[in-house]
Design a protein around this ligand. Structure first.
Ligand code: FO1
Length: 315
């Protein structure tokens, strides 16, 4: 089975890592959000691309889910000693990624080509493609003004109250080479358990991507269990956008894109409500989708791929 997975930060990275480690793993292309990308110290940083690649390569810091494992921090400490900005932690190995990506971008290489080369260097088997080679920075409209994504997420710790999101210049962006082909060739499109507002919506907003999904079998996985986000500000964003956070709210968020939706066992009593509010056809599944350890990732991936292949047969 060929899978095209739409993914953002840590939640999406864990699921695609689990899928890549399955016995007889499906051929997978991961299409990654680049709305978190920004420049710091003159370096172009693509956090979600790096989080997905590091996890697929087994190089990630397992405590945070982002950045590298066994990091060296002396450069970062020297920056602090000089009074430089230290709100965004950059380890020595991670810095190499940003330095080399920035050098290549400056030499005119597209982000998709750079990512493919880095994946080869890191031994990543799956194809990882940014949603676009054009910058589409996510701006967060809050009660403290319009913030760049990393200002909101890291510098201010997701504390400001969100009012809306802007995917800057998205209307001028194009899907990166290979994105539409991967969707077209996929038997199953997976919307990973990433933040719907700031990890999945930016991908869907790139002209051509949402319409390409129209003819595909699409399975979503809820990033919210029992009304709370597994990680990050997704539930807080729903509340601030006037929506009660729940797996049902996420299903409604994606709407008629979905053929199937996976919720956690703990939310199985929501199935009736979700289906009764649904016009059109939706197949609901419930299973354990909580991923703490690497072993959990493979177990959850097994469930999701099993559900996905039953959905493909059914649709
Ligand atoms: N997230 C934080 O909360 N604090 C950090 O200092 C931080 C540094 C960082 C460095 C590299 C990288 O690839 C990701 C990093 N992240 C950090 C996560 C980043 O903010 C991502 O955008 C989130 O994971 C959301 O996808």
């Amino acid at each position: 089975m060929k899978v095209a997975a739409l993914a953002g930060g840590v939640g999406g990275a864990k699921l695609v890592d689990g899928i890549s480690r399955l016995n007889g793993a499906p051929e997978m292309t991961v299409i990654v959000n680049t709305g978190d990308d920004f420049s710091l110290f003159g370096l172009w940083i693509s956090p979600d691309l790096d989080t997905v690649c590091y996890n697929l390569a087994g190089l990630e810091n397992q405590a945070t889910g982002w950045g590298r494992d066994q990091e060296s921090w002396e450069t970062f400490q020297e920056i602090q000693a000089l009074g430089g900005p230290d709100w965004f932690q950059l380890g020595g190995k991670d810095l190499a990624t940003h330095l080399e990506r920035t050098r290549r971008l400056g030499a005119g290489q597209p982000l998709s080509q750079i990512t493919a080369d880095f994946c080869k260097a890191w031994g990543v088997q799956s194809a990882v493609i940014p949603m676009s080679d054009d910058p589409v920075p996510t701006l967060v409209e809050t009660d403290q003004g319009i913030l760049t994504f990393q200002e909101y997420f890291v510098k201010l710790g997701c504390e400001p109250e969100v009012k809306g999101f802007e995917f800057h210049n998205v209307e001028k962006s194009r899907p990166a080479p290979g994105v539409l082909d991967a969707i077209q060739a996929a038997d199953l499109v997976l919307i990973c358990p990433s933040n719907p507002w700031v990890s999945i919506d930016p991908i869907l907003a790139v002209p051509g991507i949402r319409s390409a999904l129209g003819s595909k079998t699409v399975l979503g996985v809820s990033p919210i269990i029992c009304g709370e986000a597994v990680k990050g500000p997704a539930a807080k964003m729903y509340r601030e956008m006037g929506i009660q956070p729940s797996a049902g709210a996420v299903a409604a968020h994606y709407g008629d894109l979905l053929d199937g939706f996976v919720i956690d066992d703990l939310d199985r009593d929501l199935q009736e409500d979700i289906l009764s509010a649904w016009n059109g056809s939706l197949t609901l599944f419930h299973t354990n989708i909580w991923m703490k350890t690497r072993a959990d990732r493979v177990a959850v991936a097994e469930n999701i791929i099993a559900v996905g292949s039953s959905l493909v047969k059914e649709v």
